[in-house]
Design a protein around this ligand. Structure first.
Ligand code: 5GP
Ligand code: MN
Length: 340
């Protein structure tokens, strides 16, 4: 979905000054914030009036990103955000594939909007709400996809150092620092071009990964102590209770990356991370796999979610204990069905 017609349509949209709102998914990650802010910088340098409206707050480990202070939080400024959306000429949605990923409330607002949508995303099974859809699950990140689209549209000269910093951040976070399977030659070519824009790549890694406080590492320690392995099923899981999250004064973003430890065990090709979110009345579930175990399908079928083949998310409204019991049962009975 990156043919000449789509690129020409994008060029035509961007050829005259417009008011454009840009939206990441709820609970935005590095790729969601990186791509929306990256596009924000590019649109501004093209002379558009641009706004990034995030459904809810973004994690603290992204708060250093250039122009992150400009992000409008829908949950906190609902009226203002709705007014901006209503008066936008276009609404760009980045790093998600269905409007529900912005949350129940924001989805309802977005569905009423007259402005056409443009989707730029790398998740499987895109919805059809957009007038113009750039969707390609072969890309490891929306940031890499966005760069490639800008390149085809002859707009890379509009990528400033600030924009490049944002795009690099999304590529690093969604690729697990260049190690997940979708990291390919294009990824590294894009990164080379971003480095040519003058980004300070070691500082970006430092800002992302070497900014933990003591409590976060203690929380990681607890999560690792809570790990359970189901050796017969090549599966592991970790969990954190609401009480444990409070004990270590958990802040949004503190648990980022914890789920990957479950996969680092020899022989494990499927891992789950259960987080009890008492305030939302749900258990948030992160799924990760190696090889051809498809956690997107698993999350869709059993955990009200989705994502990619090797990384997906979902939720459960059962208690933490009941969620885990149900999960163990599903894995024992059905894991084999999800090898693709
Ligand atoms: P994470 O486990 O880091 O929250 O999410 C992993 C991947 O799954 C990301 O690509 C994310 O966008 C996607 N994902 C997370 N939660 C959900 C969900 O509830 N629904 C869907 N469709 N995708 C999700
Ligand atoms: Mn992404």
């Amino acid at each position: 979905m990156m043919n000449e017609k789509n690129i020409e349509q994008l060029q035509s949209i961007l050829s005259s000054p417009k008011k454009i709102s840009i939206i990441p998914h709820r609970n935005p990650d590095g790729d969601a914030i990186g791509s929306t802010l990256g596009l924000y910088h590019v649109l501004k340098s093209l002379g558009h009036e641009a706004y990034v409206i995030s459904p809810n707050d973004f994690p603290h480990f992204l708060a250093w990103m250039p122009a992150s202070e400009d992000i409008i939080i829908f949950d906190k400024k609902r009226d203002y955000a709705t007014q901006l959306l209503s008066s936008s000429d276009y609404i760009f949605t980045l790093d998600f594939n269905i409007l529900l990923r912005t949350g129940d409330d924001m989805e309802k607002v977005l569905e009423k909007m007259k402005a056409p949508f443009v989707m730029i995303d790398h998740h499987q099974m895109p919805g059809n709400y957009a007038e113009l859809t750039f969707s390609n699950p072969e890309f490891g990140s929306t940031c890499e996809l966005l760069y490639t689209i800008l390149d085809k549209a002859n707009l890379t000269d509009k990528i400033s150092k600030e924009a490049a910093t944002c795009l690099y951040t999304g590529i690093v976070t969604d690729s697990g620092s260049f190690r997940f399977p979708k990291t390919n030659a294009n990824t590294h070519r894009v990164v080379a071009n971003l480095i040519d824009k003058g980004i300070e790549n070691p500082e970006i890694h430092n800002a992302l990964f070497d900014n933990s406080n003591y409590n976060r590492l203690q929380l990681l320690g607890r999560a690792l102590q809570n790990m359970v392995i189901l050796p017969e099923y090549n599966t592991s899981y970790i969990f954190l209770t609401d009480k444990e999250l409070n004990e270590f004064q958990h802040q949004k973003g503190d648990t980022e990356g914890f789920v990957n430890y479950g996969l680092s065990i020899k022989g494990v090709d499927l891992t789950f991370f259960f987080i009890e979110r008492k305030d939302e009345g749900i258990v948030k579930i992160s799924l990760r796999s190696q090889g051809n175990m498809d956690v997107n399908l698993l999350a869709r079928k059993y955990f009200e979610g989705g994502g990619h083949v090797n990384a997906a998310g979902g939720k459960s409204t059962l208690s933490l204990n009941d969620t885990i019991t149900r999960f163990v049962d599903i894995i024992k009975k059905h894991k084999q069905e999800f090898y693709v």
